[in-house]
Design a binder for this molecule. Structure first.
Ligand code: PMP
Length: 285
């Protein structure tokens, strides 16, 4: 069954939804996006995702196409029309359609597209076994703090991981892990400290990262925000990653080397539980 998607003011069957050939998202990757997870039909950490959307738009000197209240109403409508209980709501804002020219067009209307994807988040089988990752050079641009739709480098890294029989790629720059291809990367040291790279232009400020670090600190876990190498990760007690589409995902193998005993560790498992508890609390479930 096809989905109903939102495109610039209309709810349409996905086969009928169209964007201009001249849309700058298509021609220049001149756009940004957000993804909120959905549990029990409600978006999780949604206010933070909307706040990050505004930051991304501001960095690219783009206007929001709709008010926040309208955005919330569109989210609720696509979720309801697609009867989405568990999964993701994706939305993307581009600078709109204009004759092809590098400079920003005068008076173009930004495009807003939104759709849902069904995904098993809570009872994820990958979270039970953990995921293997490979390292890949981070060939992305220098403003990874902006959530743009230019995802070719991430797609190449993910495809390389798939070709190598791994679940994902961790990106490395100047000898240190920046982040995962679509997630934030963490290790747990043998002393039990959770280590993840500090925020900067080098990585996306993950919304799940912010929630998980807050919950970890509330649970009296030690957190250190600093870069780490693949070698340190391979020698760590645990590794994991976070994102809206995976919550907290244990990593059990990096470049073929088993982490700890090769099974999801207690810290990642506990953090996944606390994050899910907090998410459920948001939807009143
Ligand atoms: N880093 C990158 C490069 C990502 O694409 C994502 C997911 N969009 C994340 C981190 C995680 O961010 P969030 O927790 O907001 O999903």
């Amino acid at each position: 069954m096809g989905r109903i998607v939102y495109v610039n003011g209309e709810y349409l069957p996905e086969e009928e939804a169209k964007i201009s050939v001249f849309d700058r998202g298509f021609l220049f990757a001149d756009g940004i996006y957000e993804v909120s997870s959905v549990i029990e039909g409600k978006p999780i950490d949604n206010a933070a995702h909307i706040a990050r959307m505004h930051r991304s738009l501001g960095e690219l000197r783009m206007e929001a196409p709709v008010s926040d209240d309208e955005l919330l109403a569109i989210q609720a409508e696509v979720i309801q029309r697609n009867d989405l209980k568990e999964g993701l709501v994706y939305w993307q804002v581009t600078r709109g359609a204009a004759d092809r020219d590098f400079n920003f067009p005068e008076g173009a209307t930004p495009s807003l597209v939104m759709f849902t994807q069904t995904k098993t988040l809570l009872d994820s089988s990958a979270a039970k076994t953990g995921i293997s990752v490979i390292s890949q050079p981070d060939i992305r641009w220098l403003r990874r703090d902006i959530k743009t739709v230019q995802l070719l480098a991430a797609a190449l890294a993910k495809q390389a991981a798939k070709d190598a029989g791994a679940g994902d790629a961790w990106l490395v720059e100047d000898g240190f892990v920046t982040e995962g291809s679509s997630n934030n990367a963490y290790i747990v040291t043998k002393q039990g400290t959770i280590v993840t790279r500090q925020l900067s232009n080098d990585i996306l400020p993950g919304i799940t990262r912010a929630s998980v670090l807050r919950l970890a600190r509330e649970a009296q876990m030690r957190v250190e925000e600093r870069p780490f190498t693949i070698e340190e990760a391979q020698d760590a007690a645990e590794a994991f990653y976070t994102s809206a589409s995976s919550f907290v995902m244990p990593v059990v193998r990096i470049d073929g080397v088993e982490i700890g005993d090769g099974a999801p560790g207690p810290v990642a498992t506990r953090l996944r539980e606390i994050y899910i508890e907090a998410a459920r609390a948001q939807v009143g479930g």
